[in-house]
Design a protein. Structure first.
Length: 107
């Protein structure tokens, strides 16, 4: 018995399936029904599942502080970024507001 398919590494959707490759009809691919991501063709279902499950884990998003530091620099702020400084805190607040809106929109 094969191991279960992991969720899609691109969209996070759990509706991942295996099916015959439409071009050859002989090989098998694993694919995400939501975003269409798929493996290369594999000789059998077990290989397709193994290939899908062996994919790279998406990297963790950068911390709020790391994004705020980049925003601080992009806004042309002079001086050192430090948490507690007015310009630094403004950037950090903006990053947190955007991330909160993204989480809300994802619901």
């Amino acid at each position: 018995m094969s191991e279960p398919l992991k969720p899609c590494p691109f969209c996070g959707h759990a509706d991942v399936r295996t099916m015959p490759d439409l071009e050859s009809g002989l090989c098998v691919v694993a694919w995400c029904k939501e975003c269409g991501a798929r493996t290369y063709t594999q000789p059998d279902e077990e290989s397709a599942i193994a290939a899908w499950n062996a994919r790279a884990v998406p990297p963790a998003p950068p911390s709020d502080e790391a994004v705020a530091r980049a925003l601080f620099k992009a806004r042309g702020r002079h001086g050192e970024f430090f948490v507690g400084g007015p310009a630094s805190n403004e950037c950090l607040d903006d990053v947190r507001a955007v991330r909160a809106a993204e989480r809300e929109a994802a619901r």
